[in-house]
Write a protein that binds this ligand. Structure first.
Ligand code: C5P
Length: 221
């Protein structure tokens, strides 16, 4: 890889949605395309890092020069992340992980023989919070999608999950999720920086530069 601000660094990125099985043919999913995580993988590669991209079902191709690990659900994403965590310097959680999964996926296709159907859902593990709590741990960057009180909620998430940085996007009025453009406000314990709305492909290198700057200054934990 060419020299750059992440030269010699190992970077692990999660991207895309997760699909949580209801039965053999149905799932609970979300509108994430994986474009932000994929753009970050390409930008980190261009910054000189070696990349492992753990991704759910993507609407965009995996960039060349990036090692990809395809998963479907949150549980398998968590397993893949911990299998690839050793030696990682930077972890970026850009995946839109489902918060809940059906408690017990049906082994046969559900029949429409009732007028209503209730799904019993259980919480998924918080992969980002678990990586942040792991020791030794990489520099940890999370995302937050907020519809209101963006600053307050993002700062609270930064603290609660024990992150080094959080990139918050405003998803009110259909912005950000599943779209080509994004605007971000990035928070860390001692500061913040805003990035104007732009394609994820130009936003990603700018975010990678900021992350590399912060990593250079952050105390090792
Ligand atoms: O708590 P919330 O879902 O808003 O946090 C979003 C951040 O946490 C994103 O970085 C997302 O990738 C990560 N996350 C995760 N595992 C989950 C839920 C969210 O890694 N189960």
């Amino acid at each position: 890889p060419p020299p750059g601000p992440l030269s010699g660094k190992q970077v692990l990125i999660t991207a895309g949605p997760t699909h949580e099985a209801i039965d053999p043919v149905r799932f609970i999913g979300n509108r994430s395309s994986g474009r932000m995580g994929v753009a970050l993988a390409a930008a980190a590669r261009d910054a000189g890092a070696r990349i492992c991209l753990v991704h759910g079902p993507l609407a965009v191709p995996v960039p060349p020069g990036v090692k990809a690990v395809a998963v479907d659900c949150a549980a398998s994403m968590r397993t893949a992340v911990f299998e690839h965590l050793e030696g990682v310097d930077l972890f970026i959680a850009a995946a839109a992980v489902a918060d809940y999964r059906p408690r017990e996926p049906a082994s046969r296709k559900l029949k429409k023989d009732t007028q209503t159907l209730t799904l019993d859902l259980v919480r998924n593990p918080d992969i980002l919070a678990e990586v942040a709590a792991h020791r030794p741990r990489p520099f940890v960057v999370g995302f937050a999608a907020e519809t209101h009180d963006l600053h307050r909620h993002a700062r609270a998430k930064l603290e609660r999950k024990g992150l080094d940085m959080i990139a918050a996007n405003d998803v009110s009025a259909g912005r950000a999720i599943g779209t080509p453009d994004n605007a971000l406000t990035v928070f860390w314990p001692g500061g913040e920086r805003g990035f104007a709305a732009q394609p994820k492909e130009t936003l990603a290198p700018a975010l990678i530069r900021l992350i590399a700057e912060r990593m250079a200054e952050a105390p090792v934990t």
